[in-house]
Design a protein around this ligand. Structure first.
Ligand SMILES: *Cc1c(COP(=O)(O)O)cnc(C)c1O
Length: 476
């Protein structure tokens, strides 16, 4: 299997080669040259597999240049009992009204980013060793993405992490999670400023190509195809577990729909890929919060990214996006995998600030099964409360966005699987507001707040940051 760019300007490359890159060399997004197909017979053959075994099968369709035994070892290490609290790795919890939660936040940072980052950590270490290369990850975080990256990359050979976070702007829990990591290869840098300042510092470093090359800088952002493929696995897993109790005839006809709390369109794109591989999925429902650029796009066919000033800070913060970095992959499929048409659409976006695909909009649902909806803070509070009252289950505000939209799209006879993207313990305030329940952090993380912390405080100063990185970067 080779990988190409949505813009058509990259030589086909192997899975190992594209793992180390964010964007394609021509500025587009990396996609598989062709989509591997899975039959119902194959799905049934996979039914007895554990999560790491299933991951090996599915990732094996993409990572064809990595020997199967090596891939199996990586998947076992990524989805181990040490990393994931649930023995199933991804447990399913039925709710009322035809809905089932798919638990994606059993990992070390209690959010779904762990699902892909844990695999990527293993795969990066492996590929770097084989190529005798080093990688220095530079990232900016307001909390969640940074911690998932650090937990996945801590202690890995040939990799260091330099994570910028805004001083004094994260919760005690988020700070403790990141700053208590004492691994030599993890460098937390608290910048005097806000998240945008951190991001600007990072962008400035990456814009300096000489510095970037000299110190092997890289990123592990949500457009990384290794993450997208690892996320496919739980769509297959959820379909299998949801149909475990059925007889053979019912399994033959079995279909599910998924609702996905969405921000950068990474998670739901993985569902889209799973569906195009042949997983029997009826609908993929995108759930947005007040930052509803994607809901607007799927309803009207017009995509109008917003500026930072028009992006609201909401109570489901990981979905507060102004543009959706992975959408280009969907538009590429929509435009018949034609790099010319895709590039023309993106030129239109650069020129006018919008893309008008309203002529194609009816196909979104007919051909791709995509629907969408959005919710507000009041909806999240009401949904957290009603799920707690009717099912006795506490959910986090992102999952609540999903449940709210799922209820509007559930169809009789088709199970609606809602992806649980974070644990409620990460958002105790809204849970308290909605239910009156005081939720503590999970037992296995109790004591986290008391651990010693290590962080370097820094002014918002590019020169200082460069010196810091140059001194501590790993080399080979
Ligand atoms: C990242 C994240 C999302 C959004 O996922 P995308 O892949 O960016 O669409 C939703 N919920 C939580 C809790 C997240 O951390």
């Amino acid at each position: 299997m080779k990988y190409i760019s949505t813009r058509g300007g990259m030589e086909p490359a192997s899975f190992s080669a594209i793992l180390l890159e964010g964007l394609a060399t021509d500025g587009g997004l990396v996609i598989p040259e062709s989509v591997p197909r899975v039959t119902r017979e194959q799905l049934e053959a996979w039914r007895p597999l554990s999560y790491p075994e299933l991951a090996t099968e599915i990732l094996g369709l993409f990572a064809t240049d990595i020997p199967r035994d090596d891939l199996a070892a990586m998947c076992r290490a990524a989805y181990s009992a040490e990393n994931f609290a649930s023995e199933a790795v991804v447990p399913l919890t039925p709710l009322g009204g035809g809905l089932t939660l798919v638990g994606l936040s059993e990992g070390p940072t209690l959010a779904f980013k762990d699902m892909a980052m844990q695999f990527l950590g293993q795969a990066l270490e492996y590929v770097l060793a084989r190529n005798d290369r080093a990688l220095n990850i530079v990232g900016a975080t307001s909390g969640d993405t940074g911690s998932a990256a650090e937990y996945a990359l801590r202690g890995k050979d040939g990799i260091a992490v330099f994570m910028l976070s805004p001083q004094g702007r994260m919760s005690d829990f988020q700070r403790a999670q990141m700053y208590s990591l004492m691994d030599d290869n993890i460098h937390n840098i608290a910048v005097e400023g806000v998240f945008d300042d951190c991001q600007n510092l990072m962008k400035a470093l990456f814009a300096d190509l000489d510095f970037k090359r000299a110190h092997d800088l890289g990123a592990v952002n949500s457009v990384n195809l290794g993450r997208v493929t690892a996320q496919c696995v739980y769509y297959f897993w959820a379909w299998l577990r949801a149909s475990d109790g059925l007889d053979a005839a019912a399994r033959e006809r079995f279909e599910v729909s998924f609702t996905v709390p969405s921000g950068n369109f990474g998670n739901i794109f993985s569902g889209f890929l799973a569906k195009s591989m042949g997983l029997p999925v009826r609908r993929l429902v995108l759930a947005a919060n007040e930052n509803n650029v994607l809901d607007e796009f799927f309803r009207t066919g017009v995509y109008t990214p917003r500026g930072a000033a028009d992006t609201f800070a909401t109570s489901s913060p990981s979905m507060d996006i102004s543009k959706a970095s992975n959408l280009e992959r969907f538009v590429f499929e929509l435009l018949g995998r034609d790099p010319e048409r895709l590039s023309a659409a993106w030129r239109e976006l650069d020129g006018t600030g919008r893309i008008d695909l309203s002529a194609e909009q009816p196909r979104f649902e007919q051909e791709f099964g995509v629907q969408s909806g959005s919710s507000t803070h009041a909806d999240r509070v009401a949904t957290i409360r009603s799920v707690f009252e009717s099912d006795g289950v506490l959910i986090d505000p992102h999952t609540a966005d999903g449940v709210k939209v799922a209820r509007e799209h559930v169809e009789p006879g088709t199970p609606m699987l809602v992806l649980e993207t974070a644990k409620p313990a990460k958002f105790p305030e809204i849970v308290l507001e909605a239910t009156g329940e005081r939720i503590g952090i999970p037992e296995r993380l109790s004591g986290l707040l008391e651990l010693p912390q290590r962080v370097t405080e820094m002014r918002d100063d590019e020169a200082e940051l460069r010196a810091f990185i140059a001194e501590r970067a790993v080399r080979r």
